[in-house]
Design a protein around this ligand. Structure first.
Ligand SMILES: Cc1cc2nc3c(=O)[nH]c(=O)nc-3n(C[C@H](O)[C@H](O)[C@H](O)COP(=O)(O)OP(=O)(O)OC[C@H]3O[C@@H](n4cnc5c(N)ncnc54)[C@H](O)[C@@H]3O)c2cc1C
Length: 409
């Protein structure tokens, strides 16, 4: 049986290994080739987790893929524990942090890629690099790749348009009669409607709590370091919010709001009491210094400006209601979000191959027997924290298993 895997990334390599292992187990002769457009396999993998590769997450993975039943079927079959064993069988061991994020013991993404590559080599998987698959043609029981040589089974593991120069995975899907859903950059930075007021804050980092509201409805909350930029907001917590914002803007134009709690450890009452005490203590001091003890000076000044308080005015000129407003605003500084950064800035893409056109128990296409799809190319994406690689390993392994075993539908 000849099997072609299009894409030598996380899901494609997991698929190649699982298919080889299952073929050995069942004594089936399988000739497996991974086609990779780039000069090396696994280049994106090397960039994951800032070079450390956040491989998965010990928290309930399924919950993080929302209501996606399709994803949960796959993630149940190849669970976190099963994937950790998959790697430890290759000799790669891991550690986790307090948020459940799992990293290789070496702290090196290159170690994860090496483990996958060496295992592929041990199992006799062939690699054809610098070879982009431009056409896939279904012909009888086989598939022709770039018009040449037929393969009995093809696994599409092309990834997504996130942070790549060119990408034809969606065209390949469409050429095979599959639907590609709307696409949006996700796990990226947020752009703010009135970004002018953030310009002076560019580069400032501050630990905050963030709450996302869409059409007045509370969507999600995140904690973490916020990085201010001249276009808007960045940082891990912001990236987590971006997946909701990205999906919202696929179908709607209304602007979501982010409320920033700039002083998460103190209540509004405590802050107002403190501010009143400071005004009393130093009535001639400038108002701009009022928030110094709670946040970076420029952030405090920007909030004051939003509250209509002049930073150079003396503290004694503040009215009681100004101080109340200020203490409320630092607990919920509201910014309107008018978009996300584009695909070149995104870690993943929301959208992709329509899951309804694939069987969730095998990941085989309902349109072409022998065609499979895994990883980010499918319309499945999760938040930051290792969830997207978990999806890549699980869906890749399921494709690998299915090409050898249960694809009879
Ligand atoms: C900077 C960055 C950091 C990230 N960090 C994390 C993290 O720490 N944890 C996490 O869970 N997720 C992380 N992600 C997301 C994660 O990397 C992806 O979700 C995951 O790699 C998807 O796996 P995949 O196999 O679907 O695609 P990929 O890993 O992108 O692999 C697809 C491969 O297919 C090749 N290809 C595409 N089209 C063709 C074609 N026509 N012919 C031949 N080859 C083709 C591509 O060149 C590529 O090598 C990160 C993403 C980025 C961009």
């Amino acid at each position: 049986m000849k099997i072609a895997i299009i894409g030598g990334g996380a899901s494609g390599l997991a698929a190649a290994i699982e298919a080889s292992l299952k073929a050995r187990e069942r004594k089936i002769k399988a000739d497996i080739t991974v086609f990779e457009a780039k000069d090396r396999i696994g280049k994106k993998l090397l960039a994951t987790g800032n070079g450390r590769c956040n491989m998965t997450n010990l928290n309930d993975n399924i919950r993080y893929f929302g209501d996606c039943e399709f994803a949960s079927a796959v993630l149940k079959k190849f669970s976190v524990q099963s994937n950790l064993k998959f790697f430890s069988d290759m000799g790669l061991f891991t550690k986790s942090d307090e948020e459940g994020r799992v990293y290789p013991l070496s702290n090196q993404a290159s170690g994860v890629l090496d483990a996958l590559r060496f295992e592929c080599e041990r199992l006799g998987v062939k690699f054809v690099t610098e070879y982009e698959i431009k056409t896939i043609t279904a012909k009888g029981n086989t598939f022709l790749l770039n018009g040449k040589e037929g393969y009995n089974k093809v696994i599409l593991a092309c990834g997504s348009a996130a942070q790549v120069k060119s990408f034809n995975g969606y065209d390949l899907l469409k050429s095979l009669g599959h639907t590609v859903t709307r696409l949006a950059p996700s796990l990226t930075k947020l752009t703010v409607a009135d970004s002018q007021k953030l310009r002076v804050l560019k580069g400032i980092r501050h630990r905050c709590d963030l709450t996302l509201y869409i059409e007045g409805k509370l969507i999600t909350k995140e904690k973490g370091e916020l990085l201010f930029a001249d276009y808007g907001l960045s940082g891990i917590a912001v990236m987590q919010l971006s997946s909701f914002v990205a999906r919202h803007f696929m179908y709607n134009k209304s602007m979501p709001k982010v409320k920033i709690d700039l002083v998460p450890d103190y209540s509004a009452d405590f802050i107002s009491e403190t501010l009143f005490a400071m005004v009393k203590r130093n009535p001639e001091g400038s108002a701009g210094n009022l928030l110094l003890g709670f946040m970076p000076k420029k952030v405090g000044e920007a909030v004051m400006k939003d509250c209509g308080i002049k930073k150079d005015s003396p503290m004694k000129s503040l009215r009681e209601r100004d101080v109340f407003k200020l203490s409320q605003t630092v607990k919920a500084w509201e910014l309107e979000i008018n978009g996300t950064k584009d695909f070149s800035d995104a870690q993943v893409v929301s959208g992709g191959a329509d899951c309804k056109e694939f069987y969730s128990d095998t990941l085989m296409s309902k349109k072409h027997k022998g065609l499979y799809c895994c990883g980010e190319l499918l319309d499945v994406d999760g938040p930051c924290g290792g969830y997207n690689l978990q999806w890549a390993w699980s869906s890749g392994r399921l494709c690998g298993e299915s090409v050898i075993t249960g694809d009879i539908k």
